[in-house]
Design a protein around this ligand. Structure first.
Ligand code: EPU
Length: 417
């Protein structure tokens, strides 16, 4: 993955082809769901991400075995000896709390550190816990840990106050091995939920309705190993589309599902890009001048919060003012401050930001404050005059497989140090 800093000399239009990797937010729950299986699972062509390494360490700490054969990741959870996710683990990666569902199903007990706030918001887990309670789980909380225990998970009807991705996944995994049928209403509809349901069904599960607001899970008594290839990363793809758009590029992406990127494509077309969809490819041709357009982040199929920072970077170079409303997380504008250091004119008012464009972006020393904020800085730097140094790049490595090499391949002057 390389050094701690990413150095970019801006001003080169991106031209060529980038191959998109498997989705971070699909592979993490799929790896965790392998805990449901009493025999090994093979995840084909898994993305090489720091977060994948961390979740594998989490599984190892529970007694499962994980190993790579070439680009395929194997998870063997035939024996699980521990049922705790420590504070250290949850602090490193919030997605670790997804072990709750499978461990309750396999062991009847789990102890996890209750995650605190993070760089993008408070991110409580109340919806996960309420759902488990409805399935016959008793909760107790002490010293920052939640202990959940059950004599046997049973199917339940669960309405989520908000279509949380993590809560939908956690409950779907628990329900897969519960007695009876679970119905999750107001479920998250993200493509990653569909991918997880397909994976569980390949292990012998019975899940219907994933990708809609109502998911029905008929519990089965055992799940067994299978092979699965996760969906392409729609956020990685979207980030490269933004990078092409801001540099006046001409880029083709391979291994994409255009349907998963509809709100992003619609916006890019609105701001002046030409986009052509092939079977598993997307081609973008950027205009001479971008025009400004507003966005509001929403759960899928709305504009993804995970593309908000990158879109903000793009709007700094567009003609006119754009309003960016963040409705999913309450504190996801940390990148605005760093973009300002590069010359952007951005005002934040509560959960909205106003970007006045076009501004002259100039290289600067900036730092990634979270994964997508880091991607936004890379995008801005690619269009900026001169030299940008991005620090805290471990955030970027969490979710972008080989970012520097992929961008070098399409002409960007980008190095790691
Ligand atoms: N929420 C609650 N209570 C809960 C759960 C969530 O109030 O019990 C709130 C959160 O605080 C937040 C909103 O609901 O304001 C959305 O949270 P959600 O549970 O949907 O998100 P998540 O499962 O924690 C996943 C992705 C995020 C992505 C969000 C939204 C993974 C591993 N993470 O997080 O990805 O932003 O869904 O789409 O799948 C990223 O990749 O950069 C990233 C942050």
């Amino acid at each position: 993955m390389g050094g701690d800093k990413i150095i970019i000399e801006g001003g080169v239009p991106l031209k060529g082809t980038i191959n998109v990797s498997g989705a971070k937010n699909a592979v993490l729950p799929v790896i965790v769901a392998s805990l449901l299986s009493s025999t090994p699972c093979r995840i084909i062509d898994a993305p090489q991400l720091a977060d994948v390494e961390v979740i594998c360490q989490v599984l190892e700490s529970l007694g499962a075995k994980t190993y790579w054969v070439g680009k395929d990741l194997y998870v063997d959870a035939s024996e699980i000896s521990h049922c705790e996710a420590s504070d250290e683990i949850v602090q490193k990666m919030r997605a670790s709390i997804l072990v709750m569902g499978p461990l309750l199903a396999r062991m009847g007990k789990v102890r996890v550190s209750q995650p605190g706030g993070c760089a993008i918001g408070t991110r409580p887990i109340d919806l996960h816990l309420k759902g488990f309670e409805a399935m016959g789980v008793q909760m107790s909380k002490e010293q920052g840990y939640v202990t959940a225990q059950t004599n046997g998970l049973r199917g339940a009807r669960i309405y989520l106050d908000f279509p949380s991705v993590g809560a939908t996944e956690n409950l779907m995994m628990a329900a897969a091995l519960a007695k009876g049928t679970t119905v999750i209403e107001n479920a998250a509809e993200e493509p990653e939920i569909v991918d997880l349901a397909n994976f569980i069904n390949s292990m012998g599960g019975r899940i219907r309705g994933a990708g809609t607001k109502i998911i029905k899970i008929e519990g089965v008594s055992e799940l067994t190993g299978c092979e699965h290839q996760v969906i392409p990363d729609r956020i990685e793809a979207g980030s490269y589309l933004m990078a092409a758009a801001i540099t006046g590029g001409d880029l083709t992406l391979e291994n994409v599902i255009g349907d998963h990127l509809k709100p992003v494509i619609a916006k890019l077309v609105e701001v002046g890009c030409q986009i052509t969809e092939g079977d598993s490819t997307l081609h973008i041709l950027a205009p001479q001048t971008l025009s400004a357009a507003d966005i509001k982040t929403l759960p899928y199929p709305g504009f993804p919060t995970d593309m908000q920072a990158q879109y903000m970077a793009l709007m700094t170079r567009a003609q006119g003012a754009s309003v960016i409303a963040e409705t999913v997380f309450e504190n996801r504008f940390m990148h605005a401050e760093e973009l300002r250091r590069m010359g952007a004119d951005i005002r934040i008012n509560g959960r909205s930001a106003v970007v006045e464009g076009p501004c002259r972006l100039q290289g600067a020393m900036v730092k990634a404050t979270d994964l997508r904020a880091g991607a936004a800085l890379v995008i801005a730097a690619l269009a900026a005059e001169g030299h940008t140094e991005i620090s805290n790049t471990y955030y970027i490595d969490r979710g972008y497989d080989n970012l520097a090499a992929k961008l070098q391949g399409v002409g960007a002057r980008i190095t790691r140090r």
